[in-house]
Design a protein around this ligand. Sequence first.
Ligand code: FRU
Length: 469
Amino acid sequence: MKNNRWYPLYHVAAPVGWINDPNGFCTYKGQYHLFYQYHPYSAQWGPMHWGHVVSSDLAHWKHLPIALRPDESYDRDGCFSGSAIEHDGKLYLMYTGNVGLPNGGYQDQALAVSDDGIRFTKYEENPILPAPTSDSINGSDFRDPKVWKKDGKFYCVIGSKNVEGTHGQVLLYESDDLKDWRFKNISARAEGNEGNMWECPNFCEVDGQDVLIMSPMGIEREENKFVNAVDSGYMIGKLDYYTGIFNHGEFDLLDYGSDFYAPQVTQTEDGRCIMIGWLAMWFADMPEQQDGWAGTMTVPRELHIRNGKLVSVPAKELESLREGSVSHKNLNISVPTQLDGVKGVTGELIAEIDTAKSENFSIALRADGDEKTLLTYDKETATFAINRENSGAGPKDGREVVLTPEEILKLRIYIDRSSIEVFVNDGAAVLTSRIYPAETSQDIIFIPNGDKLTLKQVTFYKLGQGIAQ
Ligand code: FRU
């Protein structure tokens, strides 16, 4: 029997074994498919397979058989990250074949195809795209193709770095048939402190603008920013499909928690851009490995552009997980307070705080005695922080973000057995972190750090099961 103390109730995770990046997030024949970097034989990273789940509503997921295994000469050390696209009724996976790395070697791109969305056959002429030889592209790190279609042509971006290994960059290719690819250009490259290798590039149209998402390695810490081992961020701009150049604004982070990486996006049939990330972090302590599994996916998040920034909110489909709620309105509190029905190891918490009428405050989640995960708001600096020093097992640290102050501070928080995702002010900032509390730590406590805290509204939803237990 698997120990479910930290196993998610509604986040995608593998039945056993290790997972990292989401892969191949797409719609095919009316369903959402999500694949993931998978090592089924242990809870540690190893030769990568592609695990596979499917959903008709982005909230309830079913496991499908492993889609790709590293069993060919060109992918023998791993079927690394990649993407999926429907073409002529078939589902194509474009992924990176890893040979030798991380101990020397090279990477190339390969294709697999399915006509039922379940069984995949690797293309006989793989690899379709060998590592480039160029004096501005380093061929040893050449991975994670994200493919899309525009005006009848296929395009893909691939993660890379310069020859010296000092700057990350994204390469753009085009194709008429997904098999023969032509190099267009280096679409965008790191300038300044933007990393020395860009992994997992993604490209999407959000609210009429082009957005490049990527996961840079090697960004230097800047005070309380870029604290994680690796980061994920975005740039808003316009891709010139003729030159292949992406003209863009500034690089910014997608998430301020300790566990968010390698997100993938897909466009829904009604035109929304939905993103899912890996809810874990390279090199982090992952206590769930003791239980035979490691890593989960974030909830799906809908992307929008607001005031020139990319914001992300939980996909509306997640509301279908709700199974009953309690609500409290207009409370003025001056001592730590628990509210009837507001507690749990899983659930969705919505809290609206009237900052004009409140002083600084904290909210303790998954609390019991000394054990707690603390969210704290400092009014003077408009800093919102998450602290895991007393969260239980696992990493002990904190993360923070400076907000644009709003009179009503809105929080929407997804709690699952070993994670919390905090959406602040309709996605203006998101903080995603793993936590490993005892199953008995279920309380939620509102804590004024002064005399007054005005809760305009608190609603707690019990959530149902979204993934097999
Ligand atoms: C990102 C990454 C990808 C690679 C995969 C290997 O987390 O390093 O660049 O394809 O993981 O598992």
